[in-house]
Design a protein around this ligand. Structure first.
Ligand code: PSU
Ligand code: MN
Length: 300
């Protein structure tokens, strides 16, 4: 099985049953946010977690080693060129000693579970892609949520997905979807997709108790946190941008793991970069909520 190397701080905190929040590395790499927003996002997410009294644990494969918790002197490495590592790629990244495998949500959830970290914070989840009835493109993120005992905190799933089918998938595979102080499944850059979440929660304690009472030995919980109101983008404009970006994807023949980085880049261009501060704000907000939940789980 996978061998995970935790930093001393993460190891000591876990040994003392203290609060730790795992983080992914894809959004901070060249596959996620452009520089210098990526470095700012990393710093703000880490600060948000620490300000709630939890310990941040960035996950990444560095020089073929699965790492959990990085020294600040190593942050530069995850802001650069990456190979995208979903859960199934992690064993290969180790075997082939990849210099930097950037963990997606699925990889991060799997690594969190292996390290014994119950809470993971991200920006937006992967999900069922539009047209998946033909392409079968369903992000491994969904299966990871259903297969590992971890609470994932996200601003819903990325808006260019088929959000209705994404929710159906989570229902079928037994993943509770908890709306954080909100009735609607968020659409990443906007607070509502128009689809209701199965359950609304008001407190971190409710999330912690849900987590304690899961019926399966290895399955997770999704907590969806809407982007703060002041950072939300305009839904009508965004719909147009998304339709254009997806049409371009089709016409250029972009498929598979390349779709997400391509579409995110096009959204940033088409919104004159306004998608970037929105992305930072929601990632930071999610990190803070995840830390509150980690504190509640540790206290329980
Ligand atoms: N959301 C973002 N930026 C990203 C991602 C999500 O705003 O870079 C990444 C996450 O790491 C997520 C991955 O797990 O995209 C999903 O990729 P795919 O659709 O290929 O499964
Ligand atoms: Mn995919």
């Amino acid at each position: 099985m996978i061998d995970v190397h935790c930093s001393d701080e993460v190891r000591d905190t876990l040994d003392a049953s203290g609060p730790v929040v795992a983080m992914e590395s894809t959004i901070y790499s060249n596959l996620g946010l452009p520089a210098p927003a990526n470095g700012e996002a990393l710093d703000r997410c880490i600060a948000a977690i620490r300000s709630q009294g939890a310990v941040p644990a960035v996950t990444a494969v560095l020089d073929g080693v699965v790492r959990v918790g990085l020294d600040p002197s190593e942050h530069e490495r995850i802001l650069g060129d990456a190979r995208k590592a979903a859960e199934r790629d992690v064993p290969v990244a180790v075997a082939q000693r990849w210099e930097f495998g950037a963990t997606t949500v699925s990889a991060s959830v799997a690594i969190s579970a292996a390290a014994g970290i119950p809470v993971f914070a991200t920006g937006g989840l992967g999900g069922v892609h539009r047209g998946a009835e033909l392409t079968a493109d369903v992000s491994a993120d969904l299966d990871a949520l259903a297969s590992h005992r971890v609470v994932t905190v996200s601003a819903g799933a990325k808006a260019f997905l088929d959000l209705s089918r994404t929710l159906e998938y989570l229902e079928t595979f037994g993943v509770p979807v908890l709306g954080w102080q909100h009735d609607w499944f968020p659409a990443f850059y906007t607070r509502s997709s128009g689809l209701r979440v199965a359950h609304r929660v008001e407190t971190a304690g409710e999330v912690a108790r849900t987590f304690d009472n899961l019926t399966r030995p290895a399955s997770g919980v999704l907590v969806t946190v809407p982007i703060p109101e002041q950072d939300e983008l305009d839904a009508t404009e965004l719909d147009r941008v998304l339709d254009d970006a997806l049409a371009e994807c089709d016409s250029v023949g972009i498929v598979g793991a390349a779709v997400t980085p391509f579409v995110l880049d096009r959204i940033a261009q088409a919104t004159d970069g306004r998608s970037i501060p929105a992305n930072l704000a929601l990632a930071e907000n999610n990190a803070g909520v995840a830390a509150e939940i980690a504190v509640a789980i540790a206290a329980g």
